[in-house]
Design a protein around this ligand. Structure first.
Ligand code: ARG
Ligand code: GLU
Length: 711
């Protein structure tokens, strides 16, 4: 009977057409999942996907500035990533005169490429399992701090032994909540230049309205190039550097696509939390995230209209607004998805199963109470975790005055010490640079409005008002008014004067500055009141999570387990496919340029189009990039992805680039906590649309000549 039920279930999943595969797999373990990828259609050998001694796909894929992913698409180090990943680079080269955000940018030749010396890309040389070496010297009865100490010592030793060449980094990271350890051997390249970007009207088409939503019509791409020294080695930015010669680059597929085609996403997913216990998941869904969403909503209600009313504010706040809005919207989607999926009930049912399993063998008693304990400490300490989240949201995402003023803390408090150690000059220089950068993108008036709106919310949300600095709840408004009208730190020229001749007297003045005083009071309050209790809880939790996940790995060996994302290189695989997450409708697996026109609305800043685009659309010349008379713009696939996978190549069965990953659908954002095969879809901009924009809109055919196109 059981077998028949299983068979029917299997047939049903097959018939529903869902092919999604949960998991973000570690490339060096390719032998473990290669045969499954083959059943999905992959034609490459394991060595062609990942190898340490031959060139493989991995050599064409880099982490972009520590966050996003990018891929090399030419022999001359040309890089594709997302427009939103290159956004701050594009913004920093933009001004009212050269508004590259608005108008786009296309370097006509290499000399016109724009240096971005603050950017870096990271290559992965090797991913090595070092679990055994990290656990060396541990026995069952070494626990707690002692255990941690031995692990740290082992890690330090192993990392040091590998650190040969200065440009190479060897770092060991924990996987599966500390049950496994891998060494990541990586190499940074630091001369990265901006080569091309479409106007935001293409690269961010749909803006926040369409963000996290399918159907989608965003041309979310930007082009950079890696430069190296004459020996192809990593070097600081220098005019004499030459384009980097990669060990591998991705050919670009112009082939027609269809639903069911194999897709692989190769990149650097940031973080997922599949193992949250029920109490924590509930806390996130009902308490923590709703408060943060409300605070972001309040900021956005002030920032967005201000941007729409002023070009100057628009350029200044574009990046900040995008960052605040992005997580805000994702969180709303996640909570909705988790509720719809009855995620909490599922967790509770699973926890019951886990507990029951743990009773089966006497060896497993250590797993028996671990979930009860995890849920108990969460209940008891949630208040500190909440206070910490609120502080982070308020201090680091809220009014910028606070974190900017806080930058001056060291100078104000350690002036003497800095001078004695000969470090004063450096600190002053750092602050001069900071101040310049800060005021370039700052509007005091707007920030004050944010301060006035967010501060009472922050106070209100805190359950335990004792965690606030004494008197803050009554004095913030008065002090705030004083800060925004009088503080030196709210005025660039006053800061410059102060820093240009910094004496003991200036130090006294700085110490008494109301902005710095408020920032310090809040920060110190957090460090002394909230953080110690939170840290203690976090440590307990970490130890329990290690055991809990160990239990999953030990007691459920048949379960297809994968390690949570941790910003290391991973592979996700699945198929090009649509979905039907909402009753009464079905999402197609692709969108076309026709949809861009359907959404076009000159009155709505999210859906404007440049005249040139409208002309090209009228012409209808899709060149080699069309499929059955249509120009695909985006498509969806069933790869398990998360933040950090932006810019990741979506690769076909033969190793060619099909498109650039940039988002997930609204209904699937909860995959960071719980994956659902029938609805989780990543959103990809089709490589053919990217080439069409470069070719026809950007008139930058010279870039396409560099690439290898496969028909
Ligand atoms: N949601 C995508 C990601 O998480 C794109 C974000 C950029 N776009 C935006 N409209 N804010 O990064
Ligand atoms: N846009 C996200 C990023 O910047 C990727 C979307 C996701 O979270 O899946 O990495």
């Amino acid at each position: 009977m059981k077998k028949i039920v299983l068979l029917v279930a299997l047939l049903l999943t097959f018939n529903s057409g869902a092919f999604a595969v949960e998991g973000m797999w570690i490339p060096s373990l390719i032998e473990m999942f290669h045969s499954d990828m083959k059943t999905y259609g992959l034609k490459l050998s394991p060595e062609e996907v990942y190898s340490t001694n031959k060139s493989s796909l991995k050599d064409a894929i880099v982490q972009f500035n520590g966050g996003c992913t990018a891929e090399i698409v030419s022999e001359e180090g040309l890089l594709f990533t997302n427009h939103h990943c290159g956004f701050s680079a594009i913004q920093s080269h933009s001004s009212l005169k050269n508004d590259y955000l608005k108008n786009g940018f296309w370097a006509k030749n290499k000399a016109e490429e724009l240096a971005c010396p603050w950017l870096r890309v990271t290559f992965v040389k090797e991913i090595r399992d070092v679990t055994e070496a990290v656990f060396k010297g541990l026995t069952k009865d070494i626990v707690g701090a002692e255990r941690g100490k031995i692990i740290m010592q082992n890690i330090a030793k192993l990392e040091a032994a590998e650190q040969s060449d200065a440009s190479i980094s060897a770092k060991i990271k924990a996987f599966n909540l500390g049950n496994q350890f891998y060494m990541l051997i990586t190499q940074d390249y630091n001369d990265i230049r901006l080569v091309g970007a479409p106007p935001s009207a293409i690269g961010k088409y749909g803006g926040d309205t369409d963000n996290w939503v399918w159907p989608r019509h965003t041309g979310d791409f930007a082009i950079f190039r890696i430069y190296a020294d004459k020996d192809n080695k990593s070097a600081k930015h220098d005019e004499v550097n030459i384009p980097f010669k990669p060990a591998h680059f991705l050919p670009i597929s112009l082939k027609p696509k269809q639903e069911g085609d194999f897709t692989m996403v190769y990149g650097f997913p940031g973080s997922t939390d599949q193992h949250f216990a029920s109490e924590k998941l509930g806390f996130y869904m009902d308490v923590e995230r709703p408060a943060r969403i409300a605070m972001r909503q309040a900021s956005l209600d002030l920032i967005t209209p201000a941007m729409n009313n002023s070009d100057e504010i628009r350029i200044k706040y574009a990046s900040k607004q995008a960052r605040i809005a992005n997580a805000w919207k994702k969180w709303i989607g996640q909570i909705g998805g988790l509720k719809e999926l009855k995620a909490l009930d599922k967790k509770l049912a699973w926890e019951k199963e886990y507990r029951a399993k743990a009773s089966e063998k006497s060896d497993w008693t250590r797993y028996k109470n671990v979930l009860t304990e995890l849920n108990r400490i969460q209940k008891e300490n949630g208040i500190y975790e909440y206070a910490r989240s609120l502080f982070i949201e308020y201090f680091y995402v809220g009014p910028e005055m606070l974190r900017f003023a806080h930058e001056f803390k060291t100078l104000a408090n350690n002036y003497k010490e800095l001078e004695e150690k000969g470090k004063l000059k450096d600190e002053i220089k750092r602050l001069q640079g900071k101040a310049k950068g800060f005021f370039k993108n700052y509007d005091k008036n707007l920030d004050q409005q944010i301060f006035n709106k967010l501060t009472p919310m922050y106070i209100d949300f805190l359950d335990d008002k004792e965690l606030l600095p004494k008197g803050f709840a009554d004095s913030w408004q008065k002090n705030g008014d004083k800060i925004y009208s009088k503080s030196i730190l709210m005025n660039l020229s006053q800061i410059e004067t102060l820093l240009s001749k910094f004496t003991e007297k200036s130090c006294k003045k700085l110490q008494k500055d109301p902005a710095l005083m408020m920032a310090t009071e809040l920060y110190n309050g957090f460090v002394t009141q909230t953080n110690p209790s939170y840290s203690e809880f976090a440590q307990q939790e970490q130890a329990l999570m290690k055991i809990y996940v160990e239990g999953i790995l030990t007691m459920f060996p048949e379960k297809k387990t994968w390690a949570d994302a941790n910003s290391t290189m991973r592979i996700g695989y699945g198929k090009l496919e649509g979905s039907a997450p909402v009753d009464g409708m079905k999402y197609l697996h692709y969108s076309t340029i026709k949809g861009i026109m359907q959404k076009y609305d000159p009155e709505n800043p999210d859906f404007q189009l440049p005249a040139r685009f409208l002309e090209l659309y009228e012409k209808g010349d899709w060149g080699d990039y069309e499929q059955d008379g249509e120009l695909w713009v985006c498509f969806t696939a069933s790869n398990h992805t998360t933040g950090g996978n932006s810019g990741s190549p979506v690769i076909d069965a033969e190793g060619n680039l099909m498109g650039i990953n940039f988002d997930r659908s609204w209904e699937s954002t909860m995959s960071d906590f719980m994956f659902d095969e029938s609805r989780c879809r990543n959103i990809v901009v089709d490589a053919r649309y990217v080439l069409w924009v470069i070719d026809k809109y950007g008139d930058a055919g010279h870039l396409i000549k560099e690439m290898k196109l496969v028909k």
